[in-house]
Design a protein. Structure first.
Length: 317
């Protein structure tokens, strides 16, 4: 009987490795070197894998809103200028320069905007009208924009918003003109309830964490056409963040309310199908993982945790 029991357990773990102990990531307990630099609520993180930098956006009174670390975990510098309540953060590297994009959901004079900064924190570009919550009728009028993804071509994808009036996905050209816009508030195909995170794969697909609808929706990056959605993996909790692993084989999805990272198989070109969860990383209680980013060189996953007020680094095994 004991032998049969272990054979069943073995078969079960083989079929569902994420139920067993074959973890794909381990926590880097030495990152950062001095966690005391986190003095606010850490909402977002972005990796500049070209220069080995990690940017962290945090909120709070009298705290630096952006912290910059080396990938080894050393604190480098911080900046605070014109950032009110950072929600999402993204690093763009082109052949000529680097920039840091931040979505600001504040309600004061800097809020409801998407802003581009130099790596040192100099404000370079503002999209939206600072301090004014927008309506879905006007493309560049945001209401609590949640996250941004910028391609090397300069094309920009914004999910707008984090609980505001707008529930939409917007694509802009590199000169900030609308290419397409999709989405209204609702539960139907192509509708959103808090579109919270966005990423793009190399096969022309845009992936959106449709948080309160407990699903990921996928769109064609050229036309904005709806391609499919995933919901079966999110019955326990909706997806808060969506990022690809460095080899584009998997998606890393943060689930804040159950303190978990889900690792899903990226589908082949032409087929969205439904999600297949191959692994999970269970975080400590009340860590509340909000947004994640992946180092596209090393494959390391950085998790911004608003409950624990820290960013943690997970290394692929």
């Amino acid at each position: 009987y004991l032998f049969l029991y272990f054979q069943v357990i073995k078969a079960f773990n083989y079929s569902f490795p994420w139920k067993g102990q074959q973890q794909m990531y381990k926590l880097d307990i030495g990152w950062p070197k001095i966690p005391e630099y986190f003095t606010g609520q850490t909402f977002c993180v972005a990796v500049d894998s070209l220069h080995g930098l990690v940017y962290v956006g945090q909120r709070g009174d009298n705290v630096p809103k952006v912290l910059v670390f080396s990938e080894e975990g050393y604190f480098l510098y911080s900046w605070n200028n014109t950032v009110e309540m950072p929600h999402g953060i993204f690093v763009l590297n082109t052949e000529t320069d680097s920039s840091v994009w931040i979505t600001d959901v504040g309600t004061g004079k800097y809020g409801h905007t998407v802003k581009q900064y130099s790596p040192s924190g100099k404000l370079m570009q503002i999209l939206g009208t600072p301090g004014n919550a927008g309506s879905s009728l006007i493309p560049l009028q945001f209401d609590q924009p949640a996250e941004i993804f910028v391609e090397e071509s300069g094309d920009i994808y914004v999910v707008d918003g984090d609980g505001g009036m707008n529930n939409r996905l917007l694509k802009l050209s590199n000169d900030y003109k609308e290419i397409w816009l999709t989405g209204t508030n609702g539960t139907g195909i192509g509708q959103f309830k808090i579109p919270h995170s966005v990423t793009v794969d190399p096969f022309g697909r845009v992936w959106v964490a449709d948080r309160d609808n407990k699903r990921i929706q996928v769109f064609d990056k050229v036309t904005g056409e709806w391609l499919g959605s995933w919901s079966s993996c999110f019955s326990e909790d909706g997806p808060y963040s969506v990022r690809f692993t460095a080899n584009y084989k998997y998606l890393i999805v943060a689930q804040l309310n159950i303190n978990r990272l889900a690792i899903l198989v990226a589908p082949p070109v032409g087929s969205i199908g439904d999600c297949i969860m191959v692994n999970t990383v269970q975080l400590a209680d009340e860590t509340k993982p909000h947004l994640v980013d992946v180092d596209m060189k090393s494959g390391a996953v950085y998790v911004a945790e608003i409950g624990a007020q820290q960013v943690q680094k997970y290394i692929p095994l």
